[in-house]
Design a protein. Structure first.
Length: 113
């Protein structure tokens, strides 16, 4: 979980496809656990899930920007997600793309070393 330790609020460099998707899986599992554990109270679920979402917001944004850097796109492309449906579909396709096999303007390939 480099996104939560080393790169908590890092928008520079590149992030591998696996790093991005492992973070997504971690976020999903944490969300499900919060909903199950605090299911006794709608207010408690709302408060705790809001705190968890705020704690994961910056690492998630940083990771998404670094993932875009990994495929040679500017981090500003993340705003494409503001376009309903189409923007999200395009971003998901880009997040699934393989890394650039060589260094690009954002740094060396993240899977090496």
């Amino acid at each position: 979980m480099r996104a939560l330790t080393v790169n908590y609020c890092n928008f520079n460099g590149r992030a591998s496809r696996s790093e991005f998707w492992w973070f997504c899986l971690f976020s999903l599992i944490v969300g499900v656990v919060v909903c199950v554990v605090f299911s006794f109270s709608e207010t408690a679920t709302t408060v705790v899930s809001t705190i968890v979402n705020l704690a994961l917001l910056l690492p998630g944004l940083g990771l998404a920007v670094r993932r875009l850097h990994d495929i040679g796109k500017s981090g500003w492309w993340i705003f494409l997600g503001l376009i309903p449906l189409v923007g999200a579909i395009i971003l998901i396709i880009w997040y699934c793309k393989e890394s650039d096999p060589q260094s690009n303007m954002y740094g060396p390939e993240p899977n090496v070393g």
